[in-house]
Design a protein around this ligand. Structure first.
Ligand code: C5P
Length: 269
C-alpha cells in the first residue's frame, strides 16, 4: 500500500507547504483534511480490554469523541478494536510510538494506514530519515494519509537522565526544539509535547505545526501522577491544537459531562 513513487532521500526530499500539502521528490501528498480542521479533545482510552472500552464509549450517545488507543489496548485486543471503534464513528489517534529502522517503520506504517486511523506517531529520536519513511508508509495509494506526529522527549525523561544516560549534551528544551524541527523537516504534522513546551515548539516550527498536549487537568480536579499540567482553557490560550485527556474524563462520575466541559473550555463550545 506504500506509495512506491515517493523515494526516501534526505537531500532531495523537499518539503513545501502550499495549502497544507507536502511535496517530496516531485510528488504532492494530499494533506489530511484535519490540517485545516484542527483543535479537538482526544480522550485517552487507557483500558485493557475491549469490554471496558466499549462500555465506556457506549455512554457517548451524542457527539462521538476523538479517541486515543495506546499500546495497552492495542496489544491486548489487536487491530480488531481499532476497526470496531472506527466503525462506531470515532476518529482515532493510534498511539504506538514507532521507533525502528526506516524500512521497518515504513512497512509498519503502511499496515497501520489500512486501519483507517486519523493520527499515528513515531519517536523523533529515530532520525529524520525514519520519520520520512514513516510518512511514506502511511500515505495511501490515493495520496491521503492520517496525521503523523512525533514524540520528542517523553515527559517522563528528566533533563538529568537525558544528559547522563542518553549522553545528549543539550538542555531538554533545546533537544525538544531540535527534534520538533527534525519532525517538521521530515514532513510530519506536529509533535506530542507537554503544554508547557507548546509555545517553544510553535516558536521554532511555526503556528501551523501541531502540538498535541497531554497533562490536562480541570482546575478543581486531581493531578494524579501528572506534574506539568494545564487546564483545557489554558491549553487553548497557549495554542495547543489537540489536548489528550484521560482520567479527568474516564474516571469521572459522569464522563460525558466531563468531556463536554473539556470541549467547552478548550474549544469554546
Ligand atoms: O489520564 P491522563 O489524562 O494523565 O492521560 C494522559 C494520556 O496521555 C495517557 O494515555 C498518557 O500515556 C499520555 N501521555 C502523557 N504524557 C506524554 C505522552 C503521552 O501523559 N508525554
Amino acid at each position: 500500500m506504500a506509495t512506491a513513487a515517493i523515494k526516501p532521500s534526505a537531500e532531495a526530499a523537499c518539503r513545501l507547504r502550499r495549502g497544507g500539502a507536502v511535496k517530496t521528490e516531485g510528488q504532492w501528498l494530499k494533506a489530511p483534511k484535519e490540517k485545516v480542521m484542527a483543535k479537538d479533545v482526544i480522550i485517552a482510552c487507557d483500558f485493557s480490554s475491549k469490554e471496558q472500552t466499549l462500555a465506556f464509549l457506549d455512554k457517548f450517545t451524542g457527539r462521538k469523541p476523538f479517541v486515543k488507543i495506546g499500546m495497552e489496548l492495542f496489544y491486548a485486543e489487536g487491530p480488531a478494536i481499532v476497526r470496531e471503534i472506527k466503525a462506531r464513528g470515532h476518529k482515532i489517534f493510534l498511539d504506538l510510538k514507532l521507533h525502528d529502522i526506516p524500512n521497518t517503520v515504513r512497512k509498519a506504517m503502511s499496515v497501520l494506514s489500512r486501519l483507517d486511523v486519523d493520527m499515528c506517531n513515531v519517536h523523533a529520536a529515530g532520525t529524520v530519515d525514519m520519520m520520512r519513511a514513516g510518512l511514506e508508509g502511511l500515505t495511501r495509494e490515493d495520496g491521503t494519509r492520517p496525521l503523523l506526529i512525533a514524540v520528542t522527549q517523553l515527559t517522563s525523561t528528566s533533563e538529568e537522565r537525558m544528559q547522563k544516560e542518553l549522553l545528549i549534551d543539550a538542555t531538554i528544551n533545546d533537544c525538544i526544539a531540535k527534534y520538533a524541527e527534525n519532525a517538521k523537516e521530515a514532513g510530519l504534522d506536529g509533535v506530542v509535547c507537554s503544554p508547557l513546551e507548546a509555545s517553544l515548539v510553535k516558536e521554532h516550527c511555526g503556528k501551523e505545526f501541531f502540538t498535541i498536549t497531554p497533562g490536562v487537568r480541570f482546575a478543581d480536579s486531581s493531578k494524579d501522577d501528572q506534574v506539568r499540567i494545564m487546564t483545557p482553557a489554558q491549553a487553548r490560550e497557549i495554542g495547543s491544537d489537540y489536548i489528550v485527556v484521560g482520567r479527568p474524563i474516564t474516571a469521572a462520575e459522569n464522563p460525558v459531562a466531563a468531556y463536554e466541559r473539556c470541549c467547552k473550555e478548550f474549544l469554546g463550545e
